[in-house]
Ligand binder design. Structure first.
Ligand code: NAD
Length: 703
C-alpha cells in the first residue's frame, strides 16, 4: 500500500468499522483491496463482532479505482474484493458520504445494505474512460435497480444524487452526516442474531419484472447502442446488462471480466484516459503561489445582453450566482431579457426543466441600465460588440465604478487583452474569459492571460469557469488566442481544398466518419457564412499579406449566408435543418477555380483529413513556441470542449501521435514546398519529429 493509503479496523460496540483512507478522495490504491479483505476476514473470525460497517475517511466513500493503474497488472482486482464483501457471513453496511463512483460504488453494491448522506453522489462512469465496471457492477446494479435504470446510469456515467438513488432503490436510506456512523452501528446491533445477510446477487425481483416486460428496457438498450457509434465500451456494458437479465450471476461476472480485459488496453480506452488526465493537467497553473486559497465569486455583472452576454448570464444563474446584466439602452435590455426567458422556456417545453426551476433561475438575473448599480460585483464580464473603441470605453467605465479587487473580464474573441487592460488603472485584474457559442451550452472557458494579468487573476478566473460548470483552459493573448488560432488553419485548408476540387459534403462526410458530430461546412451554415466573411474583410484590411479565401467570399456575395436564409454550403427546406447537397454550390466553386486557374482534381479521404488536421497540428506547435498555451494537451482539451473533437481520439495532438510526428512533419514540409508560407513548419514540430518525441507532451518554454 502507498504511504498515504490505509485501511483502518476498529470495533465499536461489537460492530467492526472498516475505514478506507487515501486522501483526497479515497481512490483505491494498490493494497487497499487487500486491506479490506483482511479486515473482513478478521471481523468474520471474531466471535465478539456482530456485523461490519464499511466507510471512507473524510468527505468521500471511494471515488473510484486509481485510474493510473488501468492497463497495468493488479494483484487483487475489485472482482475479488467485492466477492469477499458479498460472501461475508456477517451483515455488511456501506456508509456512503460524497463520491461512490466506479469501483467505489461496486464495493458499496457488494455490501448488504447501503446508507448514504444527503450529499452522496453515486455512479459507474467507466464507459467514459473506455472500459466497463469489472467488480460485478453491471450485474449487481441491474439486479438492484432493473436494466432500464442500469442502462441509464452506466451508459451516461452520470452522478446519481442520494435522493434519486433512494427512489431507484440503489440505497436503503438517507442518513444525516453527523450521525451516519452511529446510525449504521445501531442498525447492525438491532439486526436479529444470525440474520440480516441480504446479498444483491440473490435479488431477482427486478430481473423477473424485466423478463415479463422486455419492451420496457430493450428500447432503452437499442437507443443507447445506436448512439455509441464510435466506441465499444457502451456496447460491452449493454451486453453485460443483458446477461444480468438472461443469464446467471456467475455468467454475468465472467462476461464482465472478459469484456473488461478486451477493453482495458484498447486504443479507445488509452485515448479516453489521456483526455481525462489532460483535463486535470489543464487545471494546473504554473506560478501558483503556495497555499493559495482563492475566494469564490459570489456576485457578478455582465455587460451586453446579446448572444454571448445572455448565455453567460444564464451560466451564472444556473450556478446560483446572482448576476446583473447591463445594456446600452432599455430597449436592448428588454430584448436581451426576453431572449433569456425564451431560452429557459424552450427547456421547459422540452421537459428538461420545470417551470419552478426556470423561475428560480430567472430570479438570479437582474437587468440594469446604470453602471453605478454593478460596482459591488465580485466579477464583471464584458460582452459588447467586437469593436476596439467600444471595448476601451467600457473598460474605462468599469475601472471607475468597480470595487477594488473585482475581476475585470472580457469575452472578446480576438482583441488583445492588453488593449482593455491598458484602458484601466488596474491591468493586473484584467483577463479574458472567452466562452464559446452558445455560452450556456458549450463547456469550454478559455482563460486569456494579458501581459499584465496577475497569476491570482488567472487562478480566480479559472476557478470561476469551473464554478460555472465549464472546463477552464489558459491561453495567451494573440490573434484568436489558442483555441481559435489553432483551428483557423483547418478552416482555411478546408476552403482552399474546395478550389482544388474537394466538395463540401465530401469533407463533411470525412470529418463525421472521423467522429465529429458535424462537418465544418454544416457548422459554418449553422453559425452563418457572413460572420466569418466580415472577420476576413477586417483581417484583409489590416494585413496586406492576408490570404484571400475566394470561395466563401463568393458564396456570401451571392447571398448564401447559411441556414438563416436557407442557402449556404447546403440548401435547406423552410423550417428544416437537414442539409441538402446543392449542385449550385459545385458550380460556384468550379467558377472560382476556373477564374483562379486552379486545376480541380479528386482527393482521397486520407489526404483531406491530413491536410485539415496537420495544418492545425503545425499551428499548435507555433502557439507553444510563442508561449500562448502552456501545454499541447491543453489545446487538446480546448478542441474537445470548444470544437466537438471526438473524445475517443484523445485530442488533436494525441491523435497526431498515432499518425507519428515524423509523418506529420514530412507532409508539412512537402506542402510548404508546394503551397508556400502558410505551411511553414514549426520548429517544435521538426524537433519532435527528429528526436522521436511525442507531440502531445510538447510544452511552452519554461512550463
Ligand atoms: P451581440 O451583437 O449579439 O451582442 C452585443 C450586445 O452588446 C448587444 O446586445 C448590444 O446592445 C450590447 N452593447 C453594445 N454596446 C454596449 C454598451 N456600451 N454597453 C452595454 N451593452 C452594449 O454580440 P455577441 O455575439 O454576443 O458578441 C459579444 C462579444 O463576444 C464580442 O466581443 C464577440 O467577439 C465575443 N464572442 C462572440 C462569439 C459568438 O459566437 N457570437 C463567441 C465568442 C466570443
Amino acid at each position: 500500500m502507498s504511504e498515504e493509503a490505509s485501511v483502518e479496523y476498529r470495533v465499536i460496540e461489537g460492530v467492526a468499522v472498516v475505514t478506507l483512507s487515501n486522501a483526497p478522495v479515497n481512490a483505491l490504491a494498490p493494497g487497499m483491496r487487500e486491506g479490506l479483505i483482511e479486515s473482513l476476514d478478521r471481523a468474520n473470525e471474531d466471535g465478539a463482532v456482530k456485523g461490519i460497517v464499511v466507510t471512507g475517511a473524510g468527505r468521500n466513500f471511494i471515488a473510484g479505482a486509481d485510474i493510473r493503474q488501468f492497463g497495468k497488472e493488479r494483484k487483487v482486482s475489485s472482482s475479488v474484493s467485492t466477492a469477499v464483501l458479498d460472501a461475508s457471513r456477517k451483515p455488511v453496511v456501506a456508509v456512503i458520504r460524497g463520491y461512490a463512483l466506479g469501483a467505489g460504488l461496486e464495493h458499496a453494491l457488494a455490501c448488504h445494505y447501503r446508507f448514504a448522506t444527503p450529499d452522496a453522489k453515486l455512479g459507474l462512469p467507466e464507459v467514459k474512460i473506455g472500459i466497463i465496471p469489472a467488480g460485478g457492477g453491471t450485474q449487481r446494479l441491474t439486479r438492484l435497480v432493473g436494466p432500464k435504470a442500469a442502462i441509464d446510469i452506466i451508459i451516461s456515467g452520470r452522478h446519481v444524487s442520494a435522493r434519486n438513488a433512494l427512489e431507484l432503490g440503489l440505497i436503503d436510506r438517507i442518513i444525516a452526516d453527523d450521525v451516519a456512523l452511529a446510525e449504521a452501528i445501531d442498525f447492525v446491533k438491532r439486526l436479529p442474531e444470525g440474520k440480516g445477510i441480504r446479498r444483491v446477487r440473490d435479488m431477482n425481483g427486478q430481473i423477473e419484472n424485466a423478463k415479463a416486460n422486455p419492451d420496457d428496457w430493450t428500447s432503452a438498450r437499442d437507443e443507447a447502442a445506436s448512439k455509441a457509434r464510435f466506441v465499444q465500451a457502451p456496447h460491452s456494458a449493454l451486453a453485460c446488462i443483458e446477461m444480468a437479465v438472461n443469464g446467471s450471476f456467475e455468467e454475468g461476472l465472467a462476461l464482465e471480466q472478459s469484456l473488461f480485459a478486451e477493453l482495458e488496453s484498447s486504443d479507445e480506452a488509452k485515448a479516453l484516459r489521456y483526455a481525462f488526465f489532460a483535463e486535470r493537467e489543464a487545471a494546473k497553473i504554473p506560478g501558483k503561489p503556495e497555499n493559495y486559497k482563492g475566494e469564490a465569486v459570489r456576485s457578478a455583472a455582465v455587460i451586453g445582453a446579446g448572444t454571448m452576454g445572455g448565455g453567460i448570464a444564464i451560466c451564472f444563474a444556473d450556478a446560483r450566482i446572482p448576476v446583473k446584466v447591463l445594456e446600452a439602452s432599455q430597449e436592448a435590455l428588454d430584448r436581451g431579457m426576453q431572449k433569456t426567458r425564451d431560452t429557459y422556456a424552450a427547456k421547459v417545453k422540452r421537459g428538461s426543466l420545470t417551470q419552478g426551476e426556470m423561475d428560480e433561475s430567472l430570479a438570479y438575473i437582474q437587468p440594469v441600465i446604470d453602471y453605478e448599480q454593478i460596482g459591488d460585483a465580485d466579477v464583471v464580464i464584458e460582452a459588447v460588440f467586437e469593436r476596439i473603441d467600444l471595448k476601451k470605453e467600457v473598460f474605462e467605465k468599469l475601472d471607475s465604478v468597480m470595487k477594488e479587487g473585482a475581476l475585470l473580464l472580457t469575452n472578446s474573441s480576438a482583441i488583445d487583452i492588453d488593449t482593455m487592460a491598458n484602458a484601466t488603472r488596474r491591468p493586473a485584474d484584467v483577463a479574458g474569459a472567452h466562452f464559446f457559442a452558445p455560452a450556456n451550452v458549450m463547456k469550454l472557458c478559455e482563460v486569456v492571460r494579458g501581459t499584465h494579468s496577475s497569476v491570482e487573476t488567472i487562478l480566480r478566473t479559472t476557478k470561476l469557469g469551473r464554478d460555472l460548470n465549464k472546463i477552464s483552459v489558459v491561453a495567451g493573448s494573440c490573434d484568436g488566442f489558442a483555441a481559435n488560432r489553432s483551428r483557423a488553419p483547418l478552416v482555411t485548408e478546408a476552403m482552399l481544398l474546395l478550389e482544388e476540387g474537394a466538395r463540401p459534403d465530401q469533407i463533411d462526410r470525412i470529418m463525421k466518419a472521423f467522429g465529429y458530430p458535424m462537418g465544418p461546412f454544416a457548422v459554418s451554415d449553422l453559425s452563418g457564412l457572413d460572420v466569418s466573411y466580415d472577420t476576413r474583410k477586417r483581417r484583409a484590411a489590416a494585413d496586406p499579406g492576408y490570404r484571400k479565401l475566394h470561395v466563401p467570399d463568393r458564396m456570401v456575395e451571392l447571398g448564401r449566408k447559411g441556414q438563416k436564409n436557407g442557402a449556404g454550403w447546403y440548401r435547406y427546406n423552410p423550417g428544416d435543418r437537414k442539409p441538402i447537397v446543392d449542385p449550385e454550390v459545385d458550380a460556384i466553386i468550379a467558377d472560382v477555380a476556373r477564374e483562379l486557374g486552379v486545376e480541380q482534381r479528386e482527393f482521397s479521404d486520407d489526404e483531406i483529413l491530413h491536410r485539415l488536421l496537420f495544418a492545425s497540428v503545425n499551428e499548435v506547435c507555433k502557439i507553444l513556441e510563442d508561449g500562448k498555451a502552456y501545454r499541447a494537451s491543453d489545446v487538446d482539451v480546448m478542441w474537445l470542449y470548444g470544437f466537438g473533437f471526438p473524445r475517443h481520439r484523445g485530442g488533436l495532438m494525441y491523435w497526431a501521435d498515432t499518425v507519428g510526428a515524423r509523418k506529420v512533419a514530412g507532409l508539412v514540409e512537402a506542402w510548404h514546398e508546394q503551397f508556400g508560407k502558410r505551411w511553414r513548419p514549426a520548429r517544435l514540430l521538426l524537433e519532435a519529429a527528429a528526436a522521436g518525441l511525442p507531440l502531445r507532451e510538447l510544452r511552452a518554454p519554461g512550463v
